[in-house]
Design a protein around this ligand. Structure first.
Ligand SMILES: *Cc1c(COP(=O)(O)O)cnc(C)c1O
Length: 961
């Protein structure tokens, strides 16, 4: 008998993670390859990817590791982070994420794997959750219309600046910022102001607006409430003065403080901005958290970012959807109000649910406790002879300790508490929901003070200014009162999640969005306290694990893209675009080429491209698309010639937004370089390139990537995201940096693009894990299977729907566009009808009408298995046959399952008067009666909601109707 021997090293590898991430197994891949007409993945991609861009070498990345090994490695990194009591403040606070929200929202794929709610009929749960968020923000700020989240407080303030300039009465003049604004907010504003020619003036406005500034004209004023120092001031006089000058007034306000203090709206503000981090969202070394903006009614239609509104469905029932979608960059492009696309939906849902969970009384108690700790802390310090800079505060104190500040901060750190070193002689410190009596004792000791908390508590009064105590009611809607028990809360979260279609139900084949697997192993570390509870301005030696992870991820992304340097600071693709374009701008200026401001953008580009270019101070010149979907090279050459001296950059997407590998990309890049321009390659479609080609090597100078597409950060229902910017060496000096963390970027950088030094650091473990789990070979295979899956779908659907564009060898890249226009023209069945009918079949629609109106763009990704892909193809083919019945007249154009889709359970009741059966309506071919997804509403009338704009929870009398 021969003894069998498998070496331990082989057995230890187990099933490679790659096989969990990639949907089709070897057998399925063989079937798909046969359909597409190739013998192997390598043969297929050799034919699909043009030779001029192909990488010769394998990716230089560490070998793939198992899930257990990667979790162990992450545990090691986490252990190198030190969690101290966070009393640094400055917009980031300790908070308790209610466990019912932590587990059932943040750690629940039903919430985190959902897409942006562009298909509202299958997104009613998250739309309701966002409406709660908007209602909460609107009522706490006292301003009637709140958006559904912005990226962070700093960028929200910058958006407010842009909004003030756009809608204000004063056409020229300066943007005036109070000196007690958060330092990172001021810095982000500076980054945004410079390229758009806005002059920012900082002044102490506690005594009003200085005449010298007023004389120059002021289009906007930004105040912080309470101030960065902690001071609470009555802002009414300065707001009145600003209004008299015609300025738009923005107040950056702390929502927890607003549960006790007069709202910005009541003080007279036009706009309120801020963060909702301390409403149950972990600090995560800077993010992600939801920023907010609320405005007075007259500005509602100019709000940047997304806005959820109430409308009605085909049966006249209440339904939610995104309002005023016409404001989206895709339609407005360079005239868009802002470039924000991906925002912070998951975090907004959490913050809104925190308010649902606690209700107004609970929030007030948390706020009062926080304030009480601050008051006792202050009383102890004062009694011990420490001078406080101001006597009116909510949670933050600033102490004057001449020459002694560093010593105090160091002593507190010894005791496990982080304070903020303002300068040699000032220390500031903030209390929050998690502050303890022990922390107070440590802080007193650090200042060399002894105090008795019980004794103080017996005598010290609260110190909120009487003139600013809040008197109006807020959060009186039943949703903020009905879910106080955990049973009720759990069921509410479950009920909303059940209304939605996310990746945990089935495929979301959205072209350009790369809705691939977000593996549980990748997600796990995100909620570990060692990653979640690090303050973004903590001393870097407390974040050694984070810094290692960040450096490794930057290096590995540089290897994948072929660039020299990567910054992870931008917290969405749009922000990466802006950062990249600002680097280009700075580079030209450093070379004395200030006139180079023209940005060439193909007409098929993603809408954020043009919007970002405008924000970077550039002039957009559109390049035509040729009939084959590729860039019209003649037009490009003509435009380059025409703008030769002013050419700053060409911004292209590769593979193109049409999902095609363009063959002449290298020539195009060379032509631009020869004219003195730079090449920006929008890397949102990197899922077609990883391991096959590197934009930094085939001609790009700069790219952004979307880690929430290619690198597995879940879409969260519309955020969070991370949009790293990657550059070649010559642009590296102009990457983002940060005033509070010098190590976060080059000294010569363009300033911060996000409020936090490393942006949304808290979710970087996801992408780090993905790269570590897959290794170079696995990443390449993922790309190849993504390309295979897209081509398989193209081949299967081709007989039924024309595939609009193909590249070399008649192949597509990682997505394909099917053209419905001929069909629509012949039958009247629209893209919408088909998208909504897919819901009846249990699918999320592909991307609609982008980049070409009247088409669907399908991106299956590598993660969908063949069974699911086939189910999708079968649904598309069955729908095509339904269209045929409309064409033949068997079903009338106004009454057929396409026009009436989606069908709810309720629509089956009562008389059935349609020319098709109930069975055909809700259980068409291939739909399991047991596993059916039931949409909660019929087709939604978007226009009705836009005409009757309602963007907070509907009033009581309509509730539950
Ligand atoms: C998704 C996408 C963007 C924008 O990314 P966000 O993270 O949503 O800001 C830009 N360009 C292309 C081609 C995209 O697909």
């Amino acid at each position: 008998m021969t003894a069998h021997r498998t070496p331990l090293s082989e057995l230890e590898r187990g099933t490679p993670f790659e096989q969990r991430h990639i949907g089709p197994d070897a057998e399925a891949q063989a079937k798909m390859l046969a359909q597409v007409g190739y013998g192997s993945l390598d043969e297929l991609t050799a034919a699909a990817v043009p030779d001029v861009i192909k990488s010769a070498e394998a990716l230089g990345l560490p070998e793939a590791r198992t899930e257990a090994e990667v979790l162990a490695e992450l545990r090691g990194l986490a252990d190198r982070n030190t969690v101290l009591t966070p009393m640094i403040g400055l917009g980031y606070y300790g908070t308790f994420t209610p466990p019912v929200i932590l587990r059932n929202v943040m750690e629940n794929p039903a919430w985190y794997t959902a897409y942006t709610p562009y298909q509202p009929e299958i997104s009613q749960g998250r739309l309701e959750a966002l409406l709660n968020f908007q209602t909460m923000v609107a009522e706490l700020t006292g301003l009637p219309t709140s958006g559904a989240s912005l990226l962070d407080e700093g960028t929200a303030a910058a958006e407010a600046m842009a909004l003030s300039r756009r809608i204000g009465k004063v056409r020229n003049g300066v943007f005036l910022v109070d000196s007690d604004v958060l330092p990172q907010t001021l810095a982000v504003i500076g980054t945004r102001a410079e390229p758009t020619g806005v002059e920012v003036v900082t002044a102490d406005l506690s005594q009003g607006i200085p005449d010298s500034v007023a004389e120059r004209g002021v289009f906007g004023v930004l105040l912080q409430y309470p101030g960065a120092s902690g001071a609470i001031r009555d802002l009414r006089p300065v707001i009145e003065q600003a209004h008299a000058l015609g300025a738009v007034v923005t107040v950056a306000a702390d929502l927890l403080a607003l549960t006790l203090l007069t709202s910005p709206g009541e003080l007279g503000a036009d706009i309120a901005v801020g963060t909702t981090q301390r409403f149950g969202v972990p600090m995560g070394f800077g993010g992600p958290h939801a920023g907010y903006m609320a405005v007075r009614d007259t500005f509602a239609r100019s709000l940047p970012g997304r806005l959820v509104g109430v409308s009605v469905d085909a049966d006249g029932d209440k339904a939610y959807r995104l309002a005023l979608q016409t404001r989206e960059q895709h339609i407005r492009r360079e005239k868009a109000t802002s470039n924000i696309c991906t925002a912070q939906v998951l975090l907004a849902v959490m913050a809104g649910m925190y308010a649902v969970h606690h209700g107004p009384e609970g929030l007030r108690t948390i706020a009062r406790r926080t304030h009480r700790y601050a008051s006792l802390l202050a009383a102890g310090l004062t009694a011990g002879g420490v001078e406080l800079v101001h006597g009116s505060y909510f949670d933050t104190l600033t102490a004057r300790v001449p020459g002694r500040a560093a010593e105090v901060v160091a002593a507190a750190r010894e005791g496990g508490v982080n304070l903020h070193l303002v300068d040699d002689s000032h220390v500031s410190l903030a209390c929050d929901e998690t502050t303890t009596r022990a922390a107070l004792t440590t802080v007193w000791a650090a200042f060399g003070v002894e105090a008795d908390i019980e004794a103080l508590d017996a005598t010290v009064a609260d110190t909120l200014p009487a003139a600013l105590l809040r008197e109006d009611e807020y959060l009186h809607h039943p949703v903020f009162h009905q879910h106080r028990s955990e049973t009720a809360m759990l069921r509410y979260l479950r009920r909303l999640a059940d209304r939605d279609y996310a990746l945990d139900r089935g495929m979301i084949p959205l072209g350009s969005c790369t809705m691939k697997l977000n593996a549980t192993t990748e997600m796990e570390p995100v909620t570990w306290p060692e990653f979640g509870q690090i303050h973004p301005f903590a001393p870097v030696d407390q974040a050694a694990g984070y810094l290692t992870l960040i450096r490794e991820l930057e290096e590995r992304l540089a290897e994948v893209t072929g660039y020299d340097k990567v910054s992870l600071q931008p917290n969405a693709g749009s922000q990466g675009e802006l950062a990249g374009l600002l680097a280009v701008r700075a580079y030209h200026r450093a070379n004395g080429d200030e006139q180079r401001t023209v940005c060439l953008i193909p007409s098929s580009a993603h809408g954020t491209n043009a919007a970002s270019a405008v924000m970077a101070g550039m002039k957009v010149v559109v390049v035509k698309t040729a009939d084959d979907g590729e860039i019209d090279v003649d037009d490009l050459r003509a435009k380059i010639e025409k703008h030769r001296a002013e050419l700053a950059v060409l911004m292209i997407t590769y593979p193109s937004t049409h999902g095609v590998f363009e063959e002449h990309v290298a020539d195009i890049c060379a032509t631009v370089h020869e004219a003195g321009g730079q090449v920006y390659v929008d890397g949102a479609n990197l899922n077609a390139l990883v391991g096959l080609a590197k934009p930094g090597k085939f001609g790009g100078d700069v790219s952004h990537l979307n880690l929430h597409k290619t690198f597995c950060i879940p879409h969260g229902g519309g955020g969070p995201g991370v949009g790293p910017v990657a550059v070649r060496e010559h642009l590296a000096p102009y990457l983002p940096n940060h005033p509070l963390q010098p190590t976060a970027g080059p000294r010569t950088g363009v300033g911060p693009i996000s409020a936090a030094p490393w942006g949304s650091a808290g979710i970087l473990p996801i992408s780090w894990s993905y790269v570590r789990l897959m290794g170079g070979a696995g990443l390449k295979r993922a790309t190849q299977v993504a390309v295979l899956a897209a081509n398989y779908i193209a081949k299967r659907l081709e007989p039924h729907y024309p595939v609009l564009y193909t590249g070399p060898a008649g192949l597509v890249a990682h997505e394909c566009i099917v053209d419905l226009r001929p069909l629509s023209k012949a039958t009247g069945v629209t893209v919408d009808d088909i998208a909504k009918r897919l819901i009846d079949y249990g699918f999320h629609a592909p991307t609609m009408s982008f980049p070409v109106a009247g088409t669907l763009m399908i991106e299956p990704t590598e993660s969908e298995n063949l069974q699911e892909i086939d189910r999708f193809c079968a649904a598309m083919i069955a729908i095509r046959q339904e269209v045929e019945k409309v064409a033949s007249g068997e079903w009338p154009a106004e009454d057929n399952p396409l026009r009436n889709a989606p069908h709810t359970a309720a629509s089956l009741g009562g008389e059935w008067e349609h020319p098709y059966t109930r069975q055909e309506a809700v259980f068409p071919a291939g739909v399991s009666t047991a596993d059916k997804y039931w949409p909660p509403v019929r087709r939604i009338d978007g226009a009705f909601g836009d005409r009757n704009l309602v963007c907070s929870c509907p009033p009581l009398d309509e509730y539950g109707s």
